[in-house]
Ligand binder design. Structure first.
Ligand code: SF4
Length: 463
C-alpha cells in the first residue's frame, strides 16, 4: 500500500517534472555504493520511483536506511546543537513573498501611519541590549534575519546613493529612516551592535545582502567584507526557498533569482565567511524541483567548500498568503519530510552537516529525522522576549535539559557545538546541569528553567 501522494503540482504547468530514464533500483544501488547521485537518481529516490504514483513505504524505508548509514559513516552518531539567540531587527518588508507570515508592509511603520501592525523595528542599541543579556545566559551565537526595511542601508554612503534616485521608493525601495517611527540604523550599525565580545554573529542572508547593495554596483564580496569588518562571522543561506525560477515566480516573485542567490553566497564565502544553505519545500514545487535545488547547492559547494550545513525547511502553511488564497492546501507529509532529509544526505555528498529543525518539524518528527540522515538539532533559539523575561515561559526556546531529554530518548550522544562545528563538547548525561559551556560568557549554568512553549506561527519567514 502506498502512503501519501507526492506533492501536488496539478495546478501549475511546470517545465521541470519528475520523470527520468533511471530506475529506483539502480538509484538505490548507486546510493548504497556511496557513488555520486545524478539528478535522475535523486528524483527516483525522493519519489520512491517514478514508475508508480505516490510513496511506496517499503522503498521509502530502504532510502531512509541508506541515508542513516551514510550519516553514521560521515559524521558518526553525535547529535549536535548550538546555544543561540534569535534577534531579528525588523519585520518591515515590502517584498510580499507568498509563503511568509513574518513581515508587515513597511508603510505601516511610518511615523504618520494609523495602520495597526504587530511587527517591530529595533534600534542598534536595543539589539545590543538583547545580545548582552543573552550572552550572560551563555549563548554562543546570535542569529539575526530581518525584513527588507526601506530605511535600511549598508552605511551612510549607501543612504546618499539611494536618496539620489529620482523616485527612490519606486526605483530602489528606499525611504529615509526619518519617515519611520523607529530608525533601524544601518546594516553596519546593527552588525557592530550585535557583535559583542566573542559572540558569533550569523546574519545577512543573500536577500538582505541584495538589499544592502540595492541601487549600487557594489559586489556581494565587497558588501560582505564591509559587514565582516563590522562584526559579521557567517551568513545564513536562507532566502533560497526552491532555487528554480518557475517555482520562485509563483511563491516569491519579488525576491532575488537563483543566480543572484548563488552570487551572494559566493561573495560571502570570498569575503571569508562560512555560510549555510537551506531549502524550503512542501508548497507548490514538485519532487524534481527539490533535486534541482540540491544540485545547485552541491555545485556551489564543489566550487567553494564554504557551506557548513544544509537545512531543509518544511513549509509551515498556516497564516500564509499561499494557504489563505487557496494556492496550497497544506504542507509536506511526514513521508515527504523523511525523504527530503534522507535524499539530502545522500545527494549532498560534499556537505557534512544536515539539520533537523524542531521549529519546522516539531519535536517528535525532528527526532525521527535524526534517524533519516540528519545529525544536527538546531539551537536553543533564545528569543529576546525570553531573554528580557529571564525565566518566562513563552516564545521559542529549548533548554539544554530539554535537549538532553530529547537526544537521550533516541540513544545518541548530545554534543554542544560552535556555529561552525569546529568546536564541540560532548555532554555527560549523568552530570547535570548540562550547560551551555562554549559561549564566551557561559559558565555551565542552565540558561532558563522549564520547558518553554513553542510558537510555530513565527516560523514561516525565510528571511
Ligand atoms: S520572506 Fe523575507 S523578503 Fe520575503 S516577505 Fe518575508 S521577510 Fe520579506
Amino acid at each position: 500500500m502506498r502512503e501519501s501522494p507526492v506533492p501536488a503540482d496539478d495546478d501549475f504547468e511546470f517545465s521541470i517534472v519528475p520523470e527520468t530514464d533511471q530506475s529506483f533500483e539502480n538509484a538505490l544501488a548507486t546510493a548504497r555504493a556511496g557513488d555520486r547521485l545524478a539528478v535522475d537518481d535523486g528524483i527516483e529516490l525522493i519519489t520512491t520511483g517514478t514508475d508508480t504514483d505516490g510513496i511506496d513505504p517499503v522503498r521509502k524505508e530502504q532510502v531512509l536506511e541508506a541515508a542513516d548509514r551514510r550519516r553514521a559513516a560521515v559524521v558518526g552518531d553525535d547529535v549536535t546543537f548550538v546555544a543561540n539567540l534569535n534577534n531579528n531587527v525588523t519585520t518591515a518588508c515590502n517584498t510580499g513573498c507568498l509563503f511568509c507570515n513574518f513581515k508587515d508592509s513597511a508603510h505601516r511603520f511610518e511615523a504618520d501611519s494609523d495602520a495597526d501592525h504587530a511587527g517591530f523595528t529595533k534600534t542598534p542599541a536595543e539589539s545590543r541590549t538583547a545580545v548582552e543579556d543573552a550572552l550572560e545566559m551563555g549563548i554562543y551565537e546570535v542569529t539575526s534575519v530581518s525584513g527588507l526595511h526601506p530605511g535600511f542601508a549598508l552605511n551612510d554612503e549607501h543612504h546618499e546613493i539611494l536618496a539620489g534616485y529620482d523616485d527612490p521608493a519606486t526605483q530602489v525601495d528606499y525611504k529615509p529612516p526619518t519617515v519611520y517611527d523607529t530608525d533601524p540604523g544601518t546594516y553596519l550599525d546593527q552588525m557592530r551592535a550585535m557583535s559583542v565580545g566573542d559572540v558569533h554573529l550569523h546574519s545577512v542572508t543573500p536577500e538582505e545582502a541584495a538589499h544592502a547593495r540595492r541601487g549600487t554596483e557594489w559586489s556581494y564580496e565587497s558588501v560582505y567584507r564591509a559587514l565582516r569588518a563590522a562584526g559579521l562571522d557567517s551568513a545564513p543561506g536562507t532566502a533560497a526557498e526552491i532555487l528554480v525560477e518557475e517555482v520562485r515566480d509563483v511563491i516569491c516573485p519579488g525576491k532575488i533569482g537563483s543566480d543572484e542567490w548563488v552570487a551572494a553566497m559566493e561573495g560571502a564565502i570570498a569575503a571569508g565567511l562560512d555560510v549555510t544553505a537551506t531549502m524550503m519545500y512542501g508548497h507548490v514545487e514538485n519532487a524534481a524541483h527539490r533535486i534541482h535545488h540540491l544540485k545547485t547547492v552541491r555545485d556551489l559547494q564543489d566550487r567553494t567548500g564554504g557551506i557548513t550545513e544544509f537545512v531543509p525547511l518544511s513549509f509551515v502553511h498556516q497564516n500564509t498568503p499561499l494557504y489563505e488564497r487557496g494556492v496550497v492546501s497544506g504542507g509536506a507529509s511526514d513521508a515527504e519530510d523523511e525523504l527530503v532529509i534522507a535524499v539530502s544526505r545522500l545527494f549532498l555528498d560534499n556537505v557534512e552537516n544536515l539539520q533537523s529543525s524542531w521549529v519546522k518539524f516539531g519535536d517528535a518528527k525532528a527526532l525521527k529525522l535524526l534517524n533519516c540522515g540528519a545529525n544536527d538539532l538546531m539551537g536553543t533559539i533564545l528569543s529576546e522576549e525570553i531573554t528580557t523575561r529571564a525565566g518566562g515561559d513563552h516564545g521559542e526556546f529549548r533548554s539544554f535539559a530539554d535537549y538532553m531529554e530529547m537526544i537521550g530518548a533516541i540513544g545518541r550522544p548530545a554534543v554542544e557545538r560552535s556555529t561552525d562545528y569546529r568546536t564541540r563538547r560532548r555532554i555527560d548525561p549523568d552530570d547535570p546541569p548540562y550547560g551551555p559551556e562554549l559561549g564566551p560568557r557561559a559558565d555551565g549554568t542552565p540558561m532558563l528553567g522549564g520547558r518553554a512553549a513553542v510558537s510555530r506561527d513565527v516560523a514561516s519567514a525565510d528571511d
